[in-house]
Design a protein around this ligand. Sequence first.
Ligand code: GUN
Ligand code: ZN
Length: 438
Amino acid sequence: MTQTRAIRGPYLTFHADPFTVDPMEALHHEPDGLILIQDGLITAAGAWDSLRDQIPDGTSVDHYPDMLISAGMIDTHVHYPQLPVIASYGEQLLEWLENYVFPAEARYADITYARAVARQFLSELLRVGTTTAAVYCTVHPQSVDAFFEESERLNTCLIAGKVLMDRNAPENLRDTPQSGYDQSAELIARWHNRGRQLYAVTPRFAPTSTPEQLDLAGALLATKPGLFMQTHLLENRSEIAWVRELFPDRASYLDVYDKAGLLRPRAILAHAVHAEEADFQRCHDTGCSIAHCPGSNQFLGSGSFPLFKALNPERRVHVGIGSDIGAGPALSLLQVLSDAYKVAQGLQTRLHPAQGLWLATAGGAQSLGLEDRIGSIRPGLYADLCIFDPAATPLGRIRTQTAETLADRLFALTMLGDDRSIVATYVAGQLLHQRKTA
Ligand code: GUN
Ligand code: ZN
């Protein structure tokens, strides 16, 4: 039976790229909009007055008159197993991995534990208005099964993969080039393109894989169309020096991945804080994308990613934003956008709120090659939506009252917003999160 739904209220979506035209010209604002949904897909979106006659008989209309409706947000870099060690004190990347992350990830040998955390993680993700994410599991194949089982139940569009790690990690977290390949191939066969689930080949980062393992990761990418690749790049100075020692015959950190055949569209490189001109040029040439994780980079003291350098129109690189839980201290992409603004300011650049929202929606979708499915409010796309309440908190209320323009209202939302700013989250037209009223 056909399922229909209608959502009414002010909505925001992008019909152009706010980094190439005036940001507010790129943003379409429908002050009293109507979104019609059938079997999970948007069938029409426009002004209430022009579309109200098309609401099928018997369809209930969810009405959000004082809110802002947006495409669901897209987190291009996050680790679900690290949720329990979010906000762990004191260390920078390599010591933080040793002291907190590896012990936490060892627990995912137990699928019951993995299922419990996957469930909490996805519930939290929807509570902050994120409907798609590129997610690291652990080295254990069962951590991937646990994650996709829950995502399939929710019908969320999630990208995830088994971490590949065959050296420089505790023994109970290591695979081998062959076992990592075989387990990944099985998971790809089981999960890639099953419903809305998508697989990412996931070598953790250069220091924890041998060249043999990286080569096999490259070979895995050829086994099925549309696979993703995710890894970390140029995050921390000690990490970079270590990569130089481990791969003395490679021209650069990025070249380690390049030689293994990992750079291509749908390859997501997290951080790239210390990327140089040649790195950006190569990312541009190969079509891979960078996940900008400003909250994490500040939390671990990694440095400031030069977003506007990456976006240089002469050789623009795809960029999405990532919470990078557990190095990032917040899962809400509104909080991550606030960090992104402050980091851009520190580099004497200015991130407009429409540019921020684009990175978290349409731009994120484009960086993943998923713009024909998610990231905008447009017929034919999935009805993955989140409903923002700019006046959710006492401060938000005070600030919103003084906001005279949409741009200012949006800026206040992205500076002050968090999980409380999400009234509701829809996935393929189903209401999966509804904020509890105070
Ligand atoms: N580099 C290698 N592994 C990780 C990780 O789990 N988190 C972050 N932030 N960087 C990494
Ligand atoms: Zn990470």
